[in-house]
Structure formats: structure tokens, C-alpha cells
Design a protein around this ligand. Structure first.
Ligand SMILES: Cc1ncc(C[n+]2csc(CCOP(=O)(O)OP(=O)(O)O)c2C)c(N)n1
Ligand SMILES: [Mg+2]
Length: 340
């Protein structure tokens, strides 16, 4: 049994859902596998570049959590709005981010999404409906109420997806926002990415009752808790939730249970969890499980999987090269791009 898990244990290679049930074609499955590999390689490259002193400020890596990003990204539309939290590289990549601009933003380059002003935590791109991340834990939860109200008043059919962590769910603003969102039936898909820890606090020591998503009942909202390391299960849950929200029936809260491999941020010495615990979670790695399932189901063979993985690495190496070759922002533009 995976540590602290409220989700049924699933052996490596096994996934709970069938692609047929999910209505996914082979091309969809390949794209999902590619996206998961790309996110993993992005995070590993970011870690390498940080070690070389090329990333300014800190960063929060999401390796281990790729199934949440990709299942969610596939289940929502490109024009749906995204409000992210601080661990959000994968969510934006799954939404279709330009990897060159993302990597350049990491390195503080002028060719980055925010001209190097945002860095890892503040990558926003209004053109692709990515409304950005938030340094204030839980800050995006009420922002989604404002965006959702705007969409509702304009009778638009996009929805807003607000992603936050298990730690953020213990902020008072979570309850204020869910109450108003429920009362006004706003088009919000709330996604709690439960990676079992806040900075260092185990979710079981910080939360009076689990699963977190059950709190939605207090506001009369539908909720679901899903195995966040099973990309097909995440996709199925998010697709159903997104359909409900888009129909005008009001918000849904989905909790995806997953695990981060790296420390909270670059200053984390990982003293609050054992190596053994991390290893146990690696036994249910979302990418390896999906690869195992794809091969067992006959969608992919091992050389094809290796080719996809190599392509993901190549894409990320090219993005890193682009970012490194890009010019720094001109100091004369210091006050530009920092106000809306
Ligand atoms: C309002 C607020 N309180 C505390 C912090 C410091 N802080 C930054 S991230 C973090 C933990 C957040 O945990 P969680 O919401 O589970 O997200 P995760 O980092 O696990 O993805 C904390 C306490 C902050 N940035 N903002
Ligand atoms: Mg967390």
C-alpha cells in the first residue's frame, strides 16, 4: 500500500480505466504519453540548469505529478482558462505551452513568456488563457470566482480551471471561494493536487478529515477523489467534471492524489520524509505505469516508447539551447511588462 494513500493501491503497470471507456483513440494516447515524458524532461532539465546557476530565484518541481497535468489538460479545452499554483509547469505544458518561451522565462530571458520578469512561478500568457500562477498559497481559488463570474455574465462556454495543493485547501479562502462559487453556480473546475505535503507538513497531520474533496459536500458540490498517478483515471474524472461545469450546473471539486519526487523547492533538505517513502511512490510512477499499460494493451511496443521518450528529451534540449542563446532583458526596459 502506498504511504498515506486514500486511494486503492495499484501495482506498477496497471491502470484503472480502459481507453475505450474514456473514448480515447491511439493518437490521443500517444500524445498523452509524449506530454508526460516532455513534462518530466522539462523538470529534470530545469533542475540541471538550476544546479548550473542559470535559474534565478527558486522553483517548485512537479516530477511525479505528470498524470494530473496531462489527464486534466486532455479533458479540458484549449480556450478554457487556467489559474495555476506555484508548482504549475506541467499544467501549462499540458495546455500546449511553447517550450522555448517557457524555458527562456526560467532563465530570465527577454524571449520568455513574461520577458524574464516572472521566472518559474509566474508564467502567464493571457493569449492562451493561462492566467498565471500565484505565490500566495490558495490565492488562485478566489480568483477563479472572479473569472467564473465574468464568464457567466458574458454567457460564454469556456470554464475556468483552478489548481491548488493540499496545503492550500486548509486556507480560509478555500471555504469562502467555494461557498460563493457554489451559490452562484459558477463555471469552475476546482482541482486539488494532493501531493501529500505542504512545504514539509504531511497532509494527514494538517487535515482533520480526508479526502479533502469531501469538503465540497458542505457547499452542495459534486466531488471526486481520483488516483492522480493514473492518467486515464484522471482524464475520465476531469472530463466528466468539465462536462458538468460547462453545462451550467456549477462547480465541481476533483482531488487527485499524487506525489512529488523533488523537495518542495530548492531550499528543501527533505528531512521530513524517508527515502523509503519516496521509493515506494516511485514504484507507482505515473509515466512507467502508463507505458506499461500502453504496451500491455498493444498500443505501443518498447522501441516506440523509447522513441517517444528520446523525442521528448530532444525537444527539451532544444528549448534549453534556445533559452541559453536568448538575450537578457535590456536594463532600460526594467519597468516594462510588470503592470497590466
Ligand atoms: C498564504 C501563504 N502561506 C504560506 C506560504 C509559504 N508556502 C509556499 S508553498 C507552501 C506549501 C503549499 O503546499 P500545497 O498547497 O500542498 O502545494 P504544493 O507545494 O505541495 O504543491 C507554503 C506553506 C505562502 N507562499 N503563502
Ligand atoms: Mg501539497
Amino acid at each position: 500500500m502506498a504511504p498515506n494513500s486514500a486511494v486503492d493501491p495499484v501495482a506498477a503497470g496497471e491502470l484503472n480505466s480502459s481507453a475505450a471507456e474514456c473514448g480515447l483513440e491511439r493518437a490521443d494516447l500517444m500524445a498523452m504519453y509524449q506530454a508526460m515524458c516532455t513534462i518530466r524532461q522539462f523538470e529534470l532539465m530545469a533542475d540541471r540548469l538550476y544546479a548550473l546557476g542559470k535559474v534565478h530565484g527558486t522553483m517548485h518541481l512537479s516530477a511525479g505529478q505528470e498524470a494530473v497535468a496531462v489527464g486534466l489538460g486532455r479533458a479540458t479545452r484549449a480556450d478554457d482558462y487556467l489559474i495555476n499554483h506555484h508548482r504549475g509547469h506541467g499544467h501549462f505544458i499540458a495546455k500546449g505551452a511553447d517550450l522555448n518561451q517557457m524555458m527562456a522565462e526560467f532563465l530570465g530571458k527577454d524571449s520568455g513568456y513574461c520577458h524574464g520578469r516572472g521566472g518559474s512561478m509566474h508564467i502567464a500568457d493571457f493569449a492562451s488563457h493561462n492566467l498565471g500562477a500565484n505565490g500566495i498559497v490558495g490565492g488562485g481559488i478566489p480568483q477563479a470566482v472572479g473569472v467564473g463570474l465574468g464568464l457567466q455574465m458574458q454567457r460564454r462556454d469556456e470554464i475556468v480551471v483552478a489548481i491548488f495543493g493540499d496545503g492550500a485547501a486548509n486556507e480560509g479562502v478555500f471555504h469562502e471561494a467555494l461557498n460563493l462559487a457554489a451559490l452562484w453556480k459558477l463555471p469552475i473546475l476546482y482541482v486539488c493536487e494532493n501531493n501529500h505535503y505542504g512545504m514539509s507538513m504531511d497532509v494527514a497531520r494538517a487535515s482533520a478529515r480526508l479526502p479533502i474533496a469531501q469538503r465540497a459536500e458542505a457547499y452542495g458540490l459534486p466531488w471526486e477523489c481520483v488516483d492522480g498517478n493514473d492518467v486515464l483515471a484522471v482524464y475520465g474524472a476531469m472530463r466528466a467534471a468539465a462536462e458538468h461545469v460547462r453545462s451550467g450546473a456549477g462547480p465541481v471539486l476533483v482531488e487527485a492524489e499524487t506525489y512529488r519526487y523533488f523537495g518542495h523547492s530548492k531550499s528543501d533538505r527533505n528531512l521530513y520524509r524517508s527515502k523509503d517513502e519516496i521509493e515506494q511512490w516511485k514504484q507507482r510512477d505515473p509515466i512507467e505505469r502508463f507505458r506499461g499499460w500502453l504496451i500491455a494493451a498493444g498500443h505501443l511496443d518498447a522501441p516506440e516508447a523509447a522513441a517517444i521518450e528520446a523525442q521528448a528529451l530532444d525537444t527539451i534540449e532544444r528549448a534549453a539551447a534556445y533559452a541559453e542563446a536568448s538575450p537578457d532583458p535590456d536594463p532600460a526596459t526594467l519597468t516594462e511588462y510588470v503592470y497590466a
